[in-house]
Design a protein around this ligand. Structure first.
Ligand code: NAG
Ligand code: NAG
Ligand code: NAG
Ligand code: NAG
Ligand code: NAG
Length: 437
């Protein structure tokens, strides 16, 4: 990565103090007043499976759970943030990731007059692994407030700090998306900035693929026969782990088992329960969550153990006419034969994969739609073996859960307590998120 540090030509202007105060309020003495939670629709792009969030005026942003920043293409004239501000040092404390640099072009041509000391930052495209350089600026946003996640009260406008990026950095993102919204715990992610501005707790919910809600999370599940139920009464939670080397979220997985009609096979992992451990010194290992990877990926030793367990569950299952089929790229595990059909929920009766979690109040299930991929003549397991090129996520985790695994789930991130509430595929609870959209 080229050296893009810029020299400061003059002391910070008044504008930098204003920005500093308005954007880093959480670190000051004064707490901002409590404001109502926000609820924003998501859209799942059919070509890429990526989710976009409609929060930035006139421009959808891709949801990146592991992203540290908000970034977008910018109008030719845009505001800047002073390079001697707290916001600038916060943004540049983000360790640069392993990335391929694409030229940012003459981004400074659009700066407002007189902004000699303007902060630059490094937007990163999590799909292509490319990064660039752009001005730190402020983005106009708006969203509806809600009292309990089932209603819309009134829209509110606000700004967040983010980075300009060149058009070229949009490669492989959904058509129409103009950038990425990072959802990590870092101070300039979208949820962190909203929590600091609105004092509603560092919490957010993703009800995929429908909406994101920010604040002391207002989500009800609409459940067959029970009406609206507070999610905390029905779904389990797990401690969330963090990796000091990267901003992503990790799960404390201890084991994997495959269950089918009473047959329960545990994957026998080479290093036993330690196979998934996150090494906090090197940042390697662990099970990471990703909203920018289409399918789950496992390190080869973990994949081999899992594949054996899955095959064994199929073989020992009572449906003897389901058999292994040739692989269909990129999937290794494919099966043909008549998987029986179930009534509730109305779907194929296929094995269930369970991730056992340390310290959680339940196991993490992967039911049908969270791993099964229909291909002509077969059903394949949408969990891939890591390629020699490595993981699509930094620091070589043991496993990544991707978009296929997280879709149709309710995930509530409580970053004050570092807990993640998780539902599994909602149709298996005969439930869906109550939504005003
Ligand atoms: C608020 O919700 C209404 C109804 O869905 C929608 O038309 C409007 O665009 C939303 N406003 C914002 C700022 O998102
Ligand atoms: C949510 O709030 C609205 C308005 O206050 C109310 O009409 C609705 O019944 C509430 N929903 C639930 C599930 O409590
Ligand atoms: C859901 O239940 C929790 C725990 O009892 C409570 O703190 C929270 O306020 C409830 N949420 C809503 C929207 O009623
Ligand atoms: C399957 O076996 C594992 C390991 O013995 C156990 O932890 C898990 O609870 C079992 N799962 C089911 C669904 O019985
Ligand atoms: C598959 O096997 C089951 C039980 O062994 C049987 O009931 C079913 O008819 C078979 N289906 C087909 C398509 O052969």
């Amino acid at each position: 990565m080229p050296n893009t540090r810029i020299k400061c030509l003059r002391p910070p202007a008044i504008v930098s103090l204003v920005l500093l105060l308005s954007f880093l309020v959480a670190t000051g003495d004064q707490q901002p007043a409590y404001k109502l939670p926000l609820i924003v629709p998501l859209v799942r792009d059919t070509d890429t499976s990526l989710y976009t969030i409609a929060i930035k005026n006139d421009a959808p942003l891709v949801v990146d759970l592991a992203g540290t920043l908000v970034w977008s293409t910018c109008p030719s004239t845009h505001s800047t943030v002073a390079c001697l501000s707290g916001t600038c040092s916060a943004v540049n404390q983000q360790q640069p990731r392993r990335c391929r640099y694409v030229d940012g072009g003459w981004f400074w041509f659009g700066r407002e007059p007189g902004s000699h000391c303007a902060c630059t930052a490094h937007p990163f495209n999590p799909v292509t692994g490319e990064c660039s350089t752009g001005d730190l600026t402020s983005f106009a946003m708006s969203a509806n407030t809600t009292s309990n996640g089932t209603n819309l009260l009134y829209p509110e406008s606000f700004t967040t700090v983010g980075t300009c990026a060149p058009q070229r950095l949009l490669a492989s993102l959904p058509a129409g998306a103009t950038g990425v919204a990072g959802f990590s715990r870092r101070p300039l992610s979208l949820p962190s900035q909203l929590a600091a501005q609105r004092n509603f707790g560092n919490k957010f919910a993703l009800c995929l693929p429908r909406f994101a809600a920010f604040g002391d999370t207002p989500v009800y599940l609409g459940m067959e026969g029970r009406g609206f139920v507070n999610y905390t009464e029905v779904i389990p939670y797990t401690p969330l782990l963090t990796n000091p080397r990267n901003p992503g979220y990790y799960l404390p997985v201890k084991g994997i088992s495959v269950w089918w009609n009473g047959v329960n096979i545990s994957a026998s992992l080479p290093a036993g329960a330690g196979a998934f451990d996150l090494d906090v010194r090197t940042g390697r290992g662990g099970v990471a969550l990703s909203t920018t990877t289409p399918y789950a990926i496992m390190r080869p030793d973990v994949f081999r153990a899992f594949a054996k367990a899955f095959d064994a569950a199929i073989e020992k299952g009572k449906y003897t006419n389901v058999t292994r089929a040739p692989a269909v790229e990129p999937f290794k595990l494919c099966y043909t034969g008549a998987f029986p059909f179930m009534k509730r929920p109305a779907t194929y009766d296929v094995p269930r994969i369970y991730l056992e979690l340390a310290g959680a109040t339940g196991v993490w299930p992967l039911f049908n739609e969270n791993y099964m991929v229909r291909v002509p003549g077969a059903m394949c397991v949408g969990i891939l073996e890591m390629e020699p090129g490595g993981m699509p996520v930094d620091d070589e985790p043991a496993m990544v859960l991707g978009l296929k695994q997280l879709d149709m789930n309710l995930l509530v991130f409580d970053l004050d307590k570092m807990l993640l509430w998780f539902s599994g595929e909602l149709s298996f609870r005969l439930a869906g998120c109550a939504s005003p959209f």
